[in-house]
Design a protein around this ligand. Structure first.
Ligand code: GAR
Length: 190
């Protein structure tokens, strides 16, 4: 069985969705959070998942910050990193250690609307459809090879909040499914 770490900065609804899947839950050994006080930390504690909470500004550089994370990941023999609302670029330290093993979820049809507030960006742009993307992480912001995408039609008269609710429902179904599929492929390659 593979060992996972989830990186998150906020509410943790995607982390929650992963923990609802027994197979995935039993693989998650660490939550990494860069925002002391984020709701996701309490969620992890409630599930008995170990947490590593850091404040990036306390470190001299991104490299120093990521070295602390990388050492913890190595101690716990983590093999895959799943970003779930981790609002920070992954740097060279983690990328080189986990090449091809870092995955991100983003609430738009990438390459459209990368970065922060993707749902609001798409809503204000008046698109007729948007969606969810799951992709491998590279050095860019929400770039990297796409693993899965699901489209969502924008409904007439829909508020941004309603659109967000529908997008997140797709995320909570899609991310666990994609993780399970990835792990099945890994097993078959062994
Ligand atoms: C999710 O919608 C995720 O796709 C997005 O942050 C939200 C986190 O929600 N990620 C990005 O925008 C990455 N650029 P959550 O904390 O409830 O899982």
């Amino acid at each position: 069985k593979q060992r996972f770490s989830v990186f998150a900065s906020g509410t943790g609804s995607n982390f929650d969705a992963m923990m609802q899947d027994k197979k995935i839950a039993s693989s998650i050994v660490l939550l990494v959070c860069d925002k002391p006080g984020a709701a996701v930390i309490k969620k992890a504690q409630g599930y008995g998942v170990e947490t590593l909470v850091l404040e990036p500004k306390r470190y001299a550089s991104k490299q120093e910050y990521e070295k602390v994370i990388a050492e913890k990941l190595q101690d716990l023999e983590v093999e895959w990193i799943f970003l779930a609302g981790y609002m920070r670029l992954i740097g060279e330290t983690l990328l080189s250690q986990y090449e091809g093993r870092i995955v991100n979820i983003h609430p738009s049809l990438l390459p459209d609307f990368p970065g922060k507030d993707a749902i609001g960006q798409a809503y204000r742009a008046g698109v007729s459809k948007t969606g969810v993307t799951i992709h491998y992480v590279d050095e860019g912001m929400d770039t990297g090879p796409i693993i899965a995408q699901e489209e969502i039609e924008r409904l007439p008269e829909e508020t941004e909040e309603q659109l967000k609710t529908r997008i997140q429902a797709v995320e909570h179904r899609l991310y666990p499914n994609v993780i399970n599929q990835l792990m099945q492929n890994v097993t078959e390659e062994l």
